[in-house]
Structures are given as C-alpha cells and as structure tokens.
Design a protein around this ligand. Sequence first.
Ligand code: PMP
Length: 303
Amino acid sequence: MAIVPYDQRDGFIWLNGQLVPWSDARVHVLTHGLHYASAVFEGMRAYDGEIFKLTEHNQRLHESAKILDFEIPYSVAELDKAARDLLRANKLTGSDVHPYLRPIAWRGSEQMGVSAQMTKVNVAIAAWDWGSYFDPAARLKGLRLTFAQYRRPDPRTAPTKSKAAGLYMICTLEKHRAERAGYNDALMLDWRGQIAEATGANIFFVKDGVLHTPLPDCFLNGITRQTVIGLAKQRGLKVIERAIMPEELSEFSECFITGTAAEVTSVSEIGPYKFALGDITRTLMDDYTALVHPAKVRAAAAG
Ligand code: PMP
C-alpha cells in the first residue's frame, strides 16, 4: 500500500489563525524550531465528533511553551475553537473515523542562533484519520517491549514537564532500535534506573489486583494516565503511584500502556518478562472506550 507523505494530503491545516490547504502549510529551512528544537506539541483524539479532553490538551500546550520560555499567541479558548473548526473542515466528525489532532507551536525564522528572543511564535493544528497507533494484530495479542538504552533525563538536565519536541530525540532512537529487533516499543528507565514509560505512552502494572504505576516526576503525567487512574478508582481498584524498579517486573501479572494515540493497550512482554491480558486490563480498556465514545454509549443506553 502506497503511503501518502504527510506533506501531501488533502484537507486543511489550521496555521496561525487560518485554515489553509494542507500542502500549503509549510515552514522555511531556517526555522528556529527545526534547528534548536524550540517547539512543543500535543496529541489529541476525537471520538464521534468530540475531541476528548480538548481544553486540558490546549492548556498543556500553553504550559509546555511557557516552560520553553515562549508564549502561545492564541488563548486556550481560541485553540479549542480552532481544533473544532478544523475537525469539521476535514470531515472528521463521524463515528466511522478515528481522528488524531496534532497542535504544534514553534519559534520561527526571524532570528538564527541559540538566542531566539526576536522570533515569532507560530502555531498549527493538523487533523487526520489515524487508526491504531500500534499494528492492530499486535494490539490484540499485547505489545512486545524491549529495554531502552537511553534513560529519561533528570529534571535538572532537561525541561521534562514540557511536551517538548527535543525530548523525543531519544524516544525515536529507542523506537527504531526496538522495531529493528522485532519489538513494538521500548521501556525507558529514568536517570535513577527506575521504570519510567514507553517511548510515547505511560505504563501500568497489576499485582494481586492492585495497580502500580511510576510516579511521573521526570516524564509526562499523561492525560490518559490520569483518566485511567480515575476509571480504576471508580471501579474500586487501588492505584499505587511509586518508584518501581525493573527487578520487580517478575512480580506483575498484567501490564498495559496509556496514551492519547496508544489509548489503553496491553503489553504481553518486556524483555524476558511475560504478562497476561487479564481482567483488570480488559476492564480498563473497555471503560476507556466507553468514556471516550459518548455517542456510542448513548446509543447503547437508548437500546
Ligand atoms: N509519555 C510520552 C513520552 C508521550 O509522548 C505521551 C503521549 N502524549 C504520553 C506519555 C501520554 O500522554 P497523554 O496520555 O497525555 O497522551
């Protein structure tokens, strides 16, 4: 199947306040964000025409930019409206599509060099139909993870609370290494050697009916992570956020990852450790699907 490159698709992209034809949303090679990673982004999904946690994502975009010392020149409310307008313009409001939205903000071309005080901040939002983040067959069987070599950095060495483009350099390297070795993804430890997360999703484990997940003190406290913790508590499940060492992996019976793109996806292997797709993972996958699909749930309730 021929893959249409991401710069040659149909539809519109919201760019600096306007909907422009998809292939016109271009940047110059001398863009500060490209050279020095002065860029922050978001990933959101829409279900049945509604963008899940839209305002939370746009608030995080603002926060990420602030951490990188720049201001987004559009309010959260303006970005919310832009995302909704874009979804409609690209005809992604139906229940037959699985849309993903990618807001991004970056410093422009007005200045080159490490200093970027005079650059203009640009903002764009793209939206497209993006099925499963992982191969659907792997998703059903559970993902196979390998151990990453790079570690999530110490908050004293990088702005780890920002969803900053630069923090993804090591994620891409580790994802490639994992894929080349026949795995779906990599488990990253943090700078202390504690379990942190996958290359684009948070991680949870189950032991004796209790959920355990690493404390997000040097990586993103994902919106999906927070949502799933809420769903688990509604089910009366206990959730323990704590430092988890890799030596403990043999004690866990189930494992899954959470993220906007990945949603809730079970993990069957991490290196030599094996996990079953058990009741708790299944329940939380179903609860997440029900929560994000308001129309589907309403239709089912109506019989
Ligand atoms: N960690 C990383 C590195 C990610 O890229 C993501 C996806 N944004 C997450 C965690 C999960 O975040 P969220 O649930 O907010 O999408």
